[in-house]
Design a protein around this ligand. Structure first.
Ligand SMILES: [Zn+2]
Ligand SMILES: [Zn+2]
Length: 242
């Protein structure tokens, strides 16, 4: 029996951009939707979010774009967090150690580290955990990549064709796939397919540059018009859809 993620991968291959970037983005969005709609009153999730000070920068702002009910969900989650942070600040206010004169002088000359007066609170303001959405995305990405490379390793023609018809894996996801797989067949297929796609993309960039030459401007642009964006996407991963 095929794992559930198998069809999600072949479906994502039929869409533009790196299929793994698309699946990763969908995982994050599903997680954020679930947090807003189901987990607002789930004490373990709230505690975990308090420890990590909510989400990383892009995912915190993505959370605010989740849709209906977002304002109330965010208000619940962040009220908790502000409460925890305020307590830290109040404790720090009451417990400021006063360093010796010599230590003060040394600290004045060296700003690469916090002073002994602020070091404890500086440490406490570092999130205790990584972003929950990033953690969920990374776990699911591993699962998807294992399903993908296991299928390629078995010479699964459907998966191979789906990947061939897709825009291919971006370099970060290719690197992850190569690190996870234990199949030489999968490695060979991934390297061959990606090389072919990157060569085709280079040819499109050359065509874009050629047509930007004033002598050939009259020719008009074809499918290479957005190849510069696809090149960035291939090297670093797809941009978040607006
Ligand atoms: Zn990717
Ligand atoms: Zn994150």
């Amino acid at each position: 029996m095929l794992p559930l993620s198998y069809h999600e991968i072949t479906d994502a291959c039929a869409q533009p951009g790196c299929p793994l970037c698309r699946l990763a983005e969908r995982t994050v969005q599903r997680h954020l939707d679930r947090v807003i709609y189901d987990s607002v009153n789930d004490p373990p999730t709230r505690a975990r979010l308090r420890e990590s000070f909510g989400y990383c920068y892009p995912h915190a702002w993505q959370l605010t774009q989740t849709g209906d009910g977002t304002a109330v969900g965010v208000a619940f989650i962040y009220r908790d967090m502000l409460n925890a942070i305020t307590k830290l600040l109040q404790t720090a206010q009451g417990e400021r150690p006063s360093p010796s004169l010599l230590a003060r002088l040394r600290e004045k000359l060296n700003r690469t580290r916090p002073s002994s007066a602020t070091e404890p609170i500086v440490q406490q303001l570092v999130p205790g955990y990584n972003c929950l959405a990033c953690a969920e995305r990374d776990k699911m990405t591993d699962l998807f990549l294992i399903t993908l490379t296991d299928a390629l390793g078995k010479g699964d023609a459907v998966m191979e064709q789906a990947l061939r018809d897709s825009d291919g894996l971006c370099v970060p996801h290719l690197r992850q796939a190569l690190a996870l797989t234990r199949s030489e067949t999968a490695v060979a297929t991934l390297l061959t397919l990606t090389t072919t796609k990157l060569l085709a993309l280079q040819a499109e960039l050359s065509e874009l540059l050629r047509k930007n030459d004033y002598r050939f401007r009259g020719e008009g642009f074809g499918s290479e018009a957005d190849s510069w964006l696809r090149a960035v996407s291939a090297v670093i991963g797809a941009a978040r859809p607006e």
